[in-house]
Design a protein around this ligand. Structure first.
Ligand SMILES: C[S@@+](CC[C@H](N)C(=O)[O-])C[C@H]1O[C@@H](n2cnc3c(N)ncnc32)[C@H](O)[C@@H]1O
Length: 428
């Protein structure tokens, strides 16, 4: 099957790979840049396209730079370290535009702002670190092989070099875990989750000893067992939450709750989402997939009443606590899957809706029910996947809701991931 040929890379596509064509056939090649001329070897042939890997760079793209990390190209965490950050953001804009055109069926999408991350390194506050046969790091691209690493330049400074310390920890515990989940707050308070296979030997390490081994300000650690969807908590030692302060808002974040990963962009994201609530007097705002109330609480400070719906119990508990510590009495939260929560949405009948679903986006039923809301004026759709966003926008359009404008806010430098804030309104 292996076959080598010369290829010119035209552009980058969602997923991070470069696209070139040979006799009209699309060929996708990872770790390339537009205008590269590369000798590639075909790795697989699918209907209509091929996947290939670079054997040799024949002519370097003018957009290439030296990657900062020695593991780049092997470690699956990053896709674009070989491209300067300003260009990464431009290429993401092109990808968003193309998705909105081709899948979203918008001829000329109005992307009115692109907000690069204030820092493109050391921005991540969390990592899910893989473990296998003594190796500690991240998976190789499209594989379950662990690349053993000593540091990661995307992680916050206090946790970027935690890997050798985690390897030391492996020697102290009787069963090899599957993963370590590390979260470090804005004040460098670290939470650690150790995820074991279904069967493992119980153990206990004093928090102070573990803190010494890891060399970080560990405030709590938990022992978890692999579950069907999420890891199942067995025991937690110390504190199982920390706090984040974003502008004038404070959030409690528990070890099992989601919070935005880019510590430099979270304020910009909250500001851009809540701006709509400042510009118009909305009566009632709904926030679907609300997490710990990241948007519900700031938006709630501008509107008459607000409610959030979220399926994760831990996040909802944080959200209820967060509304109190932020002194908001007009906000409430419900622990529901969005589909189950649609009855609540209909009852509240909001005029403003914030939606921030996981990568899979929404579904036809959710979109249909939202579109039927009689008072709805505006939707702010925050998305981490431009393809499902564009698909959902096309569905919204069929139900009388169209996209006015969108902003690209880069939450994930060095990777292909694209975060978008799309502003939608009812047209009929
Ligand atoms: C991308 S996060 C956004 C969270 C929040 N808006 C924020 O910015 O921190 C998506 C959230 O949706 C929740 N979630 C996932 N599937 C859900 C579902 N079917 N129904 C309700 N919430 C869900 C997750 O637990 C997570 O908190």
């Amino acid at each position: 099957m292996e076959k080598s040929f010369k290829l010119k890379i035209e552009k980058l596509v969602y997923g991070g790979r470069g696209l070139g064509r040979i006799n009209g056939r699309a060929v996708f090649v990872p770790f390339t840049a537009p205008e590269d001329v590369v000798l590639v070897e075909e790795r697989s042939r699918k209907s209509g396209y091929s996947e290939a890997e670079v054997v040799k760079i024949l002519k370097r793209s003018p957009y290439r730079v030296k990657p900062k990390c020695p593991y780049f190209g092997k470690c699956g965490g990053c896709d674009w370290q070989h491209i300067p950050y300003e260009k990464q953001v431009e290429f993401k804009r092109d990808i968003l535009e193309e998705n909105l055109q081709k899948i979203g069926k918008i001829k000329k999408p109005n992307i009115d702002e692109v907000i690069p991350s204030p820092s493109s390194w050391n921005y991540r506050n969390r990592a899910q670190i893989k473990v296998k046969k003594g190796k500690v790091g991240f998976f190789e691209k499209n594989s379950h092989q662990v690349v053993d690493i000593d540091s990661c330049p995307l992680l916050k400074e206090d946790i970027s070099g935690i890997f050798p310390r985690l390897k030391k920890l492996l020697r102290e515990i009787p069963t090899e875990p599957l993963e370590f989940h590390v979260y470090s707050s804005g004040k460098d308070e670290v939470l650690l989750k150790i995820i074991f296979p279904k069967r493992f030997k119980r153990f206990e390490i004093p928090l102070s000893k573990l803190k010494g081994i890891l060399g970080v300000n560990l405030v709590g650690y938990g022992i978890y067992r692999q579950g069907d969807v999420f890891p199942e908590r067995i025991r937690f030692f110390g504190r199982d939450f920390t706090y984040e302060t974003v502008g004038r808002f404070k959030f409690r974040i528990s070890a099992d709750s989601f919070f935005q990963v880019n510590r430099f962009q979270v304020k910009n994201l909250i500001d851009k989402v809540s701006q709509v609530a400042k510009e118009y007097q909305y009566m009632l705002a709904g926030d679907l997939y609300c997490g710990v109330g990241t948007f519900t609480i700031p938006v709630g400070s501008y509107v008459h009443r607000a409610f959030g719906i979220e399926s994760n119990f831990s996040a909802v508990s944080d959200a209820l606590y967060n509304k109190d510590i932020n002194g908001l009495r007009n906000v409430t939260f419900f622990c529901r899957e969005t589909e189950e929560g649609l009855e609540i949405v209909k009852e509240y009948n909001p005029d403003l809706l914030i939606i921030d679903p996981p990568r899979s986006g929404l579904n036809e039923r959710i979109i249909r029910e939202i579109s039927k809301l009689t008072r709805l004026k505006k939707i702010v759709y925050v998305s981490c996947n431009p393809s499902t966003l564009a698909r959902d926008i096309a569905t919204f359009y069929r139900h009388g809701i169209s996209m006015e404008r969108a902003k690209l806010i880069d939450m994930f430098p060095q990777t292909y991931h694209v975060e978008t804030i799309a502003y939608l309104r009812k047209v009929r």
